[in-house]
Design a protein around this ligand. Structure first.
Ligand code: PLP
Length: 421
């Protein structure tokens, strides 16, 4: 079945009313039939609803649908992309462990890793996404996760997923890929060997900037990698917090099971039923939107490349981009999503252009149906010095665009007027 069909149907059996739209189960808790039923649910002898911090029928449809689109076995919806990332890492690591991450990451992920996880005793080590061989020098017995983005935000690089996962597999280490910018429609990390994916569903999944959310997806048969793997004792020894459950022995996807029974239970960063419902609406037309975002971004990138005021354009869909070959390999039909950036002469020039555009909203978000313009040097990367900005690939004259669904003609015309104002 095609992704577009799955996006409309997977995970939902119509209720007794024949309700076409997935109902919003706006409830905190669920009544048990009797004491035995309650005990069976808690002991996992029977699967069912207990309490919305652990599971919810609306969220369940969203999780099943997203897992199917990504080609995974199970998924856990969370209250934000940041909590999905935290769950994916914390599920496998603890104080004294380390994780290996690409340098080219979303700023919020970098601060979670470099500051919060550090305070929890989890060390991070960094490799250049263009040189995955560096991972070999960083691995030791305490390495639990290799983390990277399939299409990086904001640097707009494409990861060599197959190469990174091959290196990780040599050591039996789990790979976690943030597939937010590409979405399951454009990039399929599990087909290239990744183990876990995470998404900020606040972006393209909702598609209209309607809600904050995240999701963690586990690939099929991950149990084989975890079972008796000495790096992951938590999954192979009885969990004293869940009456001695051994996650790899239950016959359920172990990574998601542990994230649900332990992390969702204890940290509570759960998706609200209403937000899960919004994400279900977004998934219905995700595949149509991603192609349109990509077409618009390509046309805008080509226009920018031809404009004398533009020094450089970063978009993996154009031949001059260093990531072009990698994008042809990893992205469905060469569609490269809606994120691009371009460089003009200096800070003043960039500020002038950002202020002059009318159709692009000055917002720190991506993946909205409305186009967004950002000037990283004065916002997300404000604290960095001139030298630091250059070294992390964000020069002062860099402008980032999240291309929306307006007509490409209007987007190009508005940008032309702003460049020539
Ligand atoms: N991952 C990527 C690639 C992002 O761009 C973002 C947010 O911009 C996040 C994760 C964090 O997601 P959220 O804002 O939903 O917590």
């Amino acid at each position: 079945m095609d992704l577009q069909t799955k996006a409309l149907h997977t995970g939902y059996e119509k209720d007794a009313q024949g309700t076409m739209a997935v109902p919003i189960y706006q409830t905190t808790a669920y009544e048990f039939r009797d004491v035995e039923h309650a005990a069976n649910l808690f002991a996992l002898k029977e699967l069912g609803n207990i309490y919305t911090r652990l599971n919810n029928p609306t969220t369940d449809v969203f999780e099943k649908r997203f897992a199917e689109l990504e080609g995974g076995e199970a998924a856990i919806a969370t209250s934000s992309g940041m909590s999905a990332i935290f769950f994916a890492i914390a599920n496998a690591s603890e104080a004294g462990d380390n994780i290996i991450c690409a340098k080219q990451l979303y700023g919020g992920t970098l601060t979670q890793i470099a500051h919060t996880l550090k305070r929890f005793g989890i060390e991070s080590r960094f490799f250049d996404v263009h040189n995955p061989d560096e991972i070999n020098k960083l691995v030791d017995d305490k390495t639990k996760i290799i983390f990277f983005e399939s299409l990086t935000n904001p640097s707009i690089d494409v990861a060599d997923i197959e190469k990174i996962t091959a290196i990780a597999n040599k050591y039996g280490i789990l790979t976690v890929v943030d597939n937010t910018v590409a979405t399951p429609i454009l990039c399929r990390p599990f087909e290239w060997g990744a183990d876990i994916s995470v998404h900020s569903t606040s972006k393209y999944t909702t598609g209209q900037g309607l809600a904050i959310g995240g999701i963690m997806v586990e690939r099929k048969n991950l149990v084989q990698k975890l079972k008796d793997n000495p790096r992951y004792t938590h999954f192979n020894e009885p969990d004293s917090s869940y009456h001695g459950l051994v996650y790899t022995d239950v016959g359920l996807p172990p990574y998601s099971l542990r994230a649900r029974l332990s992390l969702l239970r204890d940290l509570g960063a759960v998706s609200s039923p209403f937000n899960s419902w919004l994400f279900i609406q977004g998934l219905e037309h995700l595949s149509l939107r991603m192609k349109e975002h990509s077409r618009n971004a390509l046309l805008l990138a080509e226009f920018l490349e031809s404009h004398p005021k533009v020094k450089k354009v970063n978009y993996p869909g154009i031949k001059s981009d260093a990531n072009f070959e990698m994008a042809q390999k990893y992205f469905t039909d060469g569609f490269c999503s809606g994120l691009l950036s371009f460089e003009v002469e200096n800070l003043q020039e960039a500020e002038k252009i950002v202020n002059a555009t009318k159709l692009y909203s000055l917002v720190v978000n991506i993946g909205d149906s409305k186009s967004i313009i950002t000037h990283p040097a004065s916002t997300t990367h404000q604290q960095l010095s001139h030298e630091e900005l250059i070294s992390c690939g964000v020069p002062e004259g860099l402008i980032r665009i999240s291309c929306g669904l307006e007509s490409a003609k209007d987007l190009i015309e508005d940008m032309r007027e702003a460049l020539e104002a």
